[in-house]
Design a protein around this ligand. Structure first.
Ligand SMILES: Nc1ncnc2c1ncn2[C@@H]1O[C@H](COP(=O)(O)OP(=O)(O)O)[C@@H](O)[C@H]1O
Ligand SMILES: [Mg+2]
Length: 355
């Protein structure tokens, strides 16, 4: 079921929670709604579910305008951060509950519940009550309950944020698998960019109720449309270097100038630079992803010297905190690089974003 949002707008008293959102969610895809707390993610889900009404704009399922369709007739499955299971009911009873409401015969309902339980891998746990289940297991029950009516749309609002880091990663894969198997059009709300990057077909990134960019994870990372997008994605985060830049024939010259220091000039080829704004001036900010550099101990032409203030081994990578003059940055080097705190290293930029 394709979902189409046109000029979708929601105000609360004094708050413009969502401003004129236009977006199309392709049938069978998994789209993440990503952005900082308060940017309007839950508002979008609730508008799609029909739990709140828009001030302006429409929600379409296929060609059908849903604005006047009651939530219970929208055929939606929803899962929230809090598992919201009935504590006195077994997992099975919880899962079956929506079918019971629809007066589906018990035997048929329970058979269907067992199928779904298998899909979300809790078939062994069906007789337990919620308090005898771990957080991850409870959330699986909640997902099963959301899926049992064969909804045409699955809405998940930060479903894993109460889980510990390891379980969260496991559940990411799980939801991706479930979504692939069922092919249900799914909207997944998260403020965690890594989570969104790892599971989504498309990411819809919001800030303060406004759409920033809507595309696939790779393109959003490589070709951010503005500074907010570039800065929101990536871990460790994007480095931002204050510099002057100008275009010279077939290449770019970037100049780092700071009072009390000699200026540093480096040049970058056209294909190493991505402009992420329509209004780039010569006094700019250059975004450098931590992994988009080569770190060397030997002085080299076209490199920026910086002093190493901190080193951290992260799995198979070395995170190196450095200062370029008085600007703090973090870069990634191979884990076996022989780099020490207090040394000067030379950074060769492979790719830069201009804002
Ligand atoms: N019922 C409400 N009354 C007033 N303001 C609200 C209400 N619900 C949400 N808001 C405000 O609308 C904005 C968007 O909220 P929300 O969609 O919940 O953000 P998110 O889910 O991205 O954290 C926030 O500023 C929030 O405080
Ligand atoms: Mg929310």
């Amino acid at each position: 079921m394709d979902i189409r949002l046109t000029n979708l707008t929601k105000h609360y008293e004094g708050v413009e929670a969502l401003r004129g959102l236009n977006a199309e969610i392709k049938s069978g895809s998994l789209v993440s709604l990503l952005g900082p707390s308060g940017c309007g993610k839950s508002t979008i889900l609730n508008l799609i579910a029909g739990l709140i009404e828009p001030n302006e704009g429409e929600v379409f399922f296929g060609d059908k305008n849903m604005n006047n369709v009651e939530p219970e007739h929208r055929n939606i499955g929803m899962v929230f951060q809090s598992y919201a299971l009935y504590p006195h009911m077994s997992a099975l009873k919880n899962i079956v509950f929506p079918l019971k409401m629809k007066k589906v015969p018990k035997k048929e309902a329970e058979e269907r519940a067992k199928e779904i339980a298998k899909l979300v891998k809790i078939e062994e746990l069906l007789n337990r009550k919620p308090k005898a289940l771990s957080g991850g297991q409870q959330q699986r029950v909640a997902i099963a309950r959301a899926l049992i009516k064969n909804p045409q749309v699955l809405l998940l609002d930060e479903p894993f944020s109460n889980l510990d880091a390891r379980l969260r990663i496991e559940m990411r894969e799980e939801i991706k698998n479930i979504q692939k198997k069922t092919q249900i059009t799914t909207l997944f709300v998260t403020h965690d960019q890594e989570e969104a990057m790892s599971i989504s077909d498309q990411i819809l990134l919001l800030n303060e109720g406004e759409l920033q960019q809507y595309t696939n994870p790779k393109e959003m990372y490589d070709e951010p449309r503005n500074r907010f997008v570039a800065n929101f994605l990536g871990n460790p985060p994007l480095n931002i270097l204050k510099a002057l830049w100008k275009k010279e024939e077939d290449h770019f010259v970037i100049e780092v100038q700071q009072e009390g220091y000699d200026s540093i000039k480096i040049s970058l080829q056209e294909n190493q630079v991505k402009a992420c704004s329509d209004k780039i001036t010569t006094q700019t900010e250059v975004g450098i992803r931590p992994e988009n550099v080569i770190v060397r101990k030997e002085k080299k032409e076209n490199s920026i010297p910086c002093s190493v203030s901190h080193i951290q081994l992260m799995g198979k990578e070395l995170y190196i905190k450095v200062q370029i003059k008085n600007q703090k940055m973090i870069f990634i080097a191979p884990w076996n690089s022989d780099i020490n705190v207090g040394e000067t290293v030379y950074i060769e930029i492979q790719k830069a974003l201009l804002f």
